[in-house]
Write a protein that binds this ligand. Structure first.
Ligand SMILES: [Zn+2]
Length: 372
């Protein structure tokens, strides 16, 4: 009865959040804090986890010491199906209005920007335009990514807009900044500047166009070390080694991603666009093991795969590895949400993909405490 009461109160707050309230998670956390005191709740979580394992299913979260509120929150409430309401889009791109106005000039100045935005139909969006479509699609939070600028100076200049947008909409946007690893110490300094200003990650990296080797320790180790120190996530573009060509496809194929992952196994990494198919190789045990800290987003999926991709990938790598992402403004977010909702996945898996996995990875519950 007490749990039911807590559940209903929790739902109420989710409804508030969906209407745009800034009370994101604050009250559920308070409820949970109260609940931590009860030993029997610990027992419930333990048995839920072991029963899932006995059924051969992946467990979401981990049974952890009672004083780790963050993991407790996810492990218990996701089990009870309460975590499903907030949708997080892990892959969107925004640009400053001044850049859009001078688009032609920057196409000439930067090869990566030219690759992605030379075609007039390639849309660019500002933070406010993104927020408007998030509201239409019922998305609570979006990760806003920068691009793989070849010029270090343009990384810095556009990062300012990402950081500024996040500071203006702290409950709706999470920032990932750009770096040019070839800039050496300057790239490390930029990563640290962004981390201190509130960025949660680096991306979208484009090693193929930016001209560096992801697995080259000389270039990448200082950056990965700094990312680990600041608990930043890296997000890299990924390319299918087969199939149709499209603007921006590139050549960051599963073999290249795998070298990066095995060189830096502790780095939290998101491989965009389903990792160019890398998860299929997780049927090889050593690959599955190597993917411990790796996640895959679904950006641009409607242009790449049949809808069955969601069930197939969930079966191979587990739904806890998959992050809903759209590549907005490449498409309206509704298209990917509809694909996930109409899939044959269990509701629990849909909830993980649409938001719960991202909430855990980005510590969104902790962020809400500092905002509210
Ligand atoms: Zn991409």
């Amino acid at each position: 009865m007490i749990l039911l009461y807590r559940y209903l109160r929790h739902c109420q707050w989710f409804l508030d959040f969906k209407k745009g309230s800034t009370l994101f998670f604050s009250t559920p956390l308070a409820i949970v804090s109260e609940a931590w005191q009860s030993h029997w709740l610990h027992e419930i979580a333990s048995s839920l986890h072991s029963s899932q394992r006995q059924r051969g299913r992946d467990c979401f979260g981990t049974v952890v010491p009672r004083n780790d509120k963050r993991l407790w929150y996810f492990s218990i409430f996701s089990r009870l199906g309460i975590m499903s309401s907030v949708i997080v889009d892990f892959h969107t791109h925004i640009f400053p209005p001044w850049l859009r106005e001078r688009r032609d000039e920057y196409i000439k100045r930067d090869p990566c920007f030219s690759l992605l935005y030379s075609q007039p139909e390639a849309r660019m969006a500002t933070a406010e335009e993104l927020l408007a479509t998030m509201d239409e699609a019922g998305i609570g939070v979006s990760v806003v990514l920068n691009a793989g600028w070849v010029s270090h100076e343009l990384c810095v200049k556009t990062n300012d807009y990402i950081l500024d947008s996040v500071s203006r909409y702290p409950t709706r946007l999470v920032g990932f900044c750009a770096i040019q690893p070839r800039a050496g110490d300057a790239a490390v300094a930029e990563l640290e500047r962004c981390a201190k200003a509130g960025a949660k990650g680096i991306g979208e990296l484009r090693s193929d166009v930016q001209g560096f080797d992801l697995a080259d320790k000389t270039t990448m180790k200082p950056l990965v070390d700094a990312a680990l120190q600041h608990d930043l996530i890296f997000l890299t573009h990924s390319s299918e080694p087969v199939g149709h060509e499209y603007p921006g496809k590139g050549s960051i194929t599963p073999d290249i991603l795998y070298s990066f992952i095995t060189t830096f196994p502790n780095l939290k990494l998101v491989c965009a666009h389903w990792g160019g198919g890398l998860p299929f190789y997780a049927l090889m045990p050593e690959v599955a093991k190597a993917l411990t800290n790796v996640f895959f987003d679904t950006a641009a999926t409607v242009f790449l795969y049949k809808p069955e991709i969601f069930q197939q990938m969930s079966r191979i790598i587990g739904s806890d590895k998959i992050l809903f992402g759209t590549d907005y403004p490449l498409m309206h977010q509704n298209r990917v949400i509809a694909q996930i909702q109409s899939s044959q996945l269990p509701e629990e898996d849909k909830a993980r993909i649409l938001g719960a996995n991202a909430q855990e990875l980005l510590y969104l519950d902790e962020r809400s405490k500092s905002v509210t």
